[in-house]
Design a protein around this ligand. Sequence first.
Ligand code: DUC
Ligand code: ZN
Ligand code: ZN
Length: 471
Amino acid sequence: MHSYDLAIKGGTVVTAADQYRAEIGVRNGKIVEISENVSGARQEIDATGLLVLPGGVDGHVHMSQPTDDGTIMADDFESGTRAAAAGGNTTVMPFALQIKGKSLRACVEDYHKEAEGNCYVDTSFHLIVSDPTPQVLGQELPALVKDGYTSFKVFMTYDDLVLSDAELLDVFQVAKEENALVMVHAEGHDAIKFMTRKLEAAGKTAPFYHGQSHSRVAEREATHRAVSHAELVDVPIVIVHVSGRDAMEQVQWARKRGLKVYAETCPQYITLVEDDMKGLNMDFEGAKYVCSPPPRDLDSQAAIWEGIRDGTFDIFSSDHCPFRYQGSGGTGKDNPKARTSFKWVPNGIPGVETRLPIFFSEGVTKGRISIQKFVDLTSTRPARLYGMYPQKGTIAIGSDADFALWDPGMQKTITQDILHHGSDYTPYEGFKVTGWPVKTVLRGKVIADDGRIVGEKGYGAYMSRGFSDAF
Ligand code: DUC
Ligand code: ZN
Ligand code: ZN
């Protein structure tokens, strides 16, 4: 008779607050003992020399998301969660997108069908509200929040997603009444369109000019507008994918006024720069780095690190939004329309598998942040902010037995051939990191082991959530 299904022995347990030598006993997928010595387990993992971290919680990923321009997202739930598992994650949060003119509830149900039986890690969905009709605002959203979809994203740009200021305010008001958390894509639509027209008229159509069209001014202005609307309604919001100093200063301004404004940043904003979108010689290769908001410059990277250290940023997510570079039949980044103008290049880059190693290496290994901060921004804080804590995001008695066993000294070079995503490239090709997830454990089962996926497809479960700790 075994007391435990699994014991993790010999490692150093790390949480957002602490670090100590301990062994962990797991029963029925939950952590049931943390002590100096755990024995009597059916399976033992020797974690000598390893850090035992809570499994990564990626609060912002896109997979199997419908598009309206003939492109296809490179990851469905199977490949996207496979990549997530290999990268040390145990929970990911993709977006159930409301297709304009369609009921949000029906879109959520369709999205569940895509996920069901296909996941290697646990998932929970945010919603994207693209069509806030009276029916959506008055009935569907309140009912969905009650069913555990306690966060939704709104967009201030993109023809098919943009909400007017009046619509933003209406959605914020529903969020306030229902205690839901709104995530805001803050880039000003008219300013982007204005710059796009000017650039195109001057013949500047290469992918590089995406960065100039999605200017830091447009991001700053929209961030200010979003936090002002949040002040008016008196509701907490999250500004997602903050790219640099300009938008970050608006978050800090809001905080100084006592507003509950939370902020997210992503790997691309500490590693990539606008010039990456030049490709080799202003050629189309630059499309591999096109995402929104776009990467900025070295000063912006330095600003993001300041913001990470001083607490401006609450969460560090991947914004994994993968497209193939060469998709068949014009479904990838390199498609005939995109060759005519940057404005048709699908926005987004893959990153769910590389988020943790890049942040660990650039942050912890290089001495910019503590390992507690790393755990907080990549697991604990997203779990709290999105209503999954303490089931997810920590190592404690009663929590899910989700771990990333981390070798802090392992050196790796990121290349496409070691990754598990559905994209045919990585924007981080050749990037060297120190620190790597060698095993990922989800609810007591090893799902990834030294780059091999050993979990079962379908073991990843859907989680309905409680309320955010932002309220
Ligand atoms: N916004 C995202 O959050 N992800 C990718 C593209 C975008 O505009
Ligand atoms: Zn966005
Ligand atoms: Zn995104």
